[in-house]
Ligand binder design. Structure first.
Ligand code: FES
Length: 269
């Protein structure tokens, strides 16, 4: 659009942080497409995940548990993949107790911040497109100041990663508990666990934890090696974010289909 929009003045102090161009943007490409697709995909995921987290049913089908419900920590849980830590009222979905972990890492993730600041808050919607907001305070005050917990959200997510791997290992048993089974569900849980782990490992905070605060890499050859590896993964962080978002929903959906009796598991052996 080329409507006359008064450019923002940054955080209030002179000089203006943007050039005084009357047009909102001089870009002529479809700069709105990416934020739009991002918003649509995120909204679809949020609707599906909210519905499933509150459904409180069809999340377990021997030997598979939906990643939305794992670790399942109350006595109300179907299945026995994780120790029951307390007795919760049965009307509270066990998914809700652990929702804070995936929510914590995804909401404060550097990539998702970029994604939702652009596509939901239009702040700004794309490079070289002025935002509608008059003031810009960055992440210097509440609630966005809370984004600083990201490192701790990562620690918690790593624990969940291990548990989902454990679920995938347990999925190598059959319905009777005998080892040596492998079904399509086993494969789906495994791929999902790997992608979620890669999402965590490629995290910007992870890269800093592994290689940050070192003045001299030559004195820390192991950390340098690890940092190189994490840096390579970090370049693909956005791809891991989307791929794992897809597989986590798909793994849940597959368990849903099994638990409702809609399909039966394809068995390799
Ligand atoms: Fe995305 Fe840490 S930056 S998970």
């Amino acid at each position: 659009g080329t409507g006359a929009v008064t450019p923002g003045r940054g955080d209030g102090g002179p000089p203006p942080r943007r050039a005084w161009i009357a047009a909102r943007t001089l870009r002529t490409d479809r700069w709105w497409l990416q934020p739009l697709l991002t918003a649509v995909a995120l909204v679809l995921f949020i609707i599906y995940a909210t519905f499933r987290a509150f459904q409180n049913a069809y999340y377990f089908s021997e030997p598979y548990i939906s990643p939305f419900y794992s670790p399942c920590i109350t006595t109300a849980c179907e299945g026995d993949t994780f120790p029951e830590l307390f007795t919760g009222p049965t009307w509270i979905s066990p998914a809700l107790y652990i929702l804070v972990f995936p929510l914590g890492i995804r909401l404060t993730c550097y990539y998702y911040r970029k994604a939702y600041y652009r596509s939901f808050w239009l702040s700004p919607p794309a490079c070289a497109v002025a935002e509608p907001h008059r003031r810009y305070t960055g992440e210097t005050r509440l609630p966005l100041l809370g984004q600083n917990i990201h490192r701790y959200a990562l620690y918690a997510a790593l624990v969940i990663n291990v548990i989902l791997f454990y679920d995938a290992v347990l999925a190598f048993r059959d319905e009777t508990g005998e080892w040596g089974h492998m079904g399509l569900g086993t494969l789906i849980l495994l791929v999902n666990a790997v992608l979620l782990f890669l999402y965590s490992l490629s995290c910007h905070s992870c890269r800093h934890i592994v290689g940050g605060r070192i003045n001299n890499f030559s004195k820390h050859p192991l950390r340098y090696k690890a940092w190189g590896l994490v840096s390579r993964l970090n370049g693909r962080h956005m791809q891991f974010a989307w791929a794992s978002l897809f597989t986590v929903a798909f793994a849940d959906f597959y368990v849903f289909l099994l638990a409702t009796g809609t399909i039966s598991d394809f068995r390799f052996f």
